[in-house]
Design a protein around this ligand. Structure first.
Ligand code: SF4
Length: 419
């Protein structure tokens, strides 16, 4: 197979992985080196469904010894197989970078031979790219579960971001859909990477290079796991392993005819709501158990924060001139910036309704949950009616199904089904 065909096969095989945001990395240009990355994310842009583009996202190999039911690259699928050597991958990145096609590199691989053999090749690639090719752009590496911790630790020193995909939210689903993968083989390296990261950070004055921060991805809708169990798992990962991000990827039925898998992909609003809930965990101080106290899914037709506020209406309305910063964050229509502005402004005197307007608080939502100097501006205090009004303000069209982006305009026939 010539190089172009191999690139097609290997980029198509990689596109179902969404855990590739580049934000948070910062390296400046340096004489004699190539590329740089900015903390605002020079090497990514996001599509409307939240996927990250403008990185070269590719597999090193799509030959896999495993047979995960949901995966296009599974061993039993009859599809063109390809691999690239570390040197070929480095040449590709450098050439694409110089032509301004890409600003970063996302490298993953199917498990070829054994986890250690695969991880060794991945390590070789990123080490070569950083040392011989002097590439300073963004690199996100997908680590191989089950590989030796020494390989993972070493690789983490050459990349900006490292991720180990949890894939399925529960051990039960893992056993059912990916029986060759073991929870322990995924969780232990995550734990170890977080310990190395923290340890090195503590010693930062002496050690210049910090190991990569880590992320993970979960597939949504391939297994019957509820949003409540997914959010509790995410909460645990943020609490215990200090993950930078958890990504949620709607299941795409690439393999048909298996009764253990759903025939259709889930409504994309489910993925969207999980990202909203995740944001509330990371930025707004919510806990997973508060957002979903019962074992159920998030509401599809109302945003997560409004849904929580209406279900906990006994906490409202809050007096805008007295409520704590933490409680202001819980008001629909008040974001982190406005909560801060309100807290600052009221130190100099009482805030009125016009001041909130000037701050661009989304008053059409917030007015049902606040009083301003004792006055309530909502036209109802009935939670059910408020719920309906807020639903009417939703911007998301329904229902939405996900389409994975392709590096090429036309998909290979073995994926599109157009033979
Ligand atoms: S190990 Fe990875 S590439 Fe291989 S079948 Fe499972 S999900 Fe696919």
């Amino acid at each position: 197979m010539d190089l172009e065909d191999r690139i097609k096969v290997l980029t198509e095989g990689a596109k179902y992985d969404v855990s590739c945001s580049s934000s948070g990395s910062n390296t400046s240009a340096k004489t004699g080196y190539l590329g740089s990355a900015a903390s605002s994310g020079i090497c990514h842009s996001f599509t409307s469904d939240g996927r990250c583009i403008s990185l070269l996202k590719i597999l090193m190999s799509n030959h896999c010894i495993y047979d995960c039911l949901y995966c296009v690259n599974r061993r039993s699928n009859d599809l063109p197989r390809a691999r690239m050597s570390p040197k070929e991958l480095c040449e590709l990145v450098i050439n694409f970078y110089k032509r301004n096609y890409i600003e970063g590199f996302f490298l993953s691989s199917a498990v070829e031979g054994s986890p250690n053999q695969t991880m060794q090749k991945l390590l070789e690639t990123v080490e070569l790219l950083r040392t011989e090719y002097k590439f300073r752009g963004y690199i996100h590496l997908k680590a191989i579960p089950g590989a030796d911790s020494g390989l993972l630790d070493r690789a983490s020193m050459f990349v900006d971001r490292m991720s180990l995909n949890i894939e399925l939210p529960s051990e039960r689903s893992l056993k059912l859909l990916a029986p060759q993968k073991k929870k322990e083989a995924i969780v232990s390296p995550m734990k170890q990477l977080s310990e190395t990261y923290l340890q090195t950070k503590l010693e930062r004055p002496r050690i210049k290079k910090i190991p990569a921060g880590q992320t993970t991805q979960m597939i949504i809708g391939a297994s019957p796991d509820s949003d409540a169990s997914i959010m509790r798992l995410s909460q645990g990962l943020y609490d215990h392993f200090k993950l930078k991000r958890v990504y949620y990827s709607s299941y795409v039925p690439v393999n048909t005819g298996n009764s253990l898998l759903p025939m259709l992909p889930p409504d994309l609003r489910r993925e969207h709501r999980l990202y909203e809930a995740d944001f509330l965990l990371r930025m707004y101080g919510f806990r997973a158990e508060e957002l979903l106290p019962e074992d159920r899914n998030l509401s599809l037709d109302l945003d997560v924060k409004s849904d929580w506020a209406v279900n906990n209406f006994a906490n409202f309305p809050l007096e805008i001139n007295k409520a704590s910063y933490e409680m202001l964050l819980r008001v629909p229509g008040i974001g982190t910036r406005n909560a801060y502005r309100i807290a600052e402004a009221r130190r100099h005197g009482k805030i009125g309704f016009d001041a909130l307007k000037k701050m661009r608080v989304v008053l059409k939502r917030a007015k049902y949950f606040i009083t301003v100097d004792g006055k309530f501006y909502g036209n109802t205090d009935n939670p059910e009616r408020i719920k309906n009004i807020l639903r009417g303000q939703e911007l998301l069209p329904a229902p939405v199904r996900s389409v994975q982006l392709s590096f090429f305009d036309t998909m290979p026939s073995y994926i599109s089904g157009e033979f």
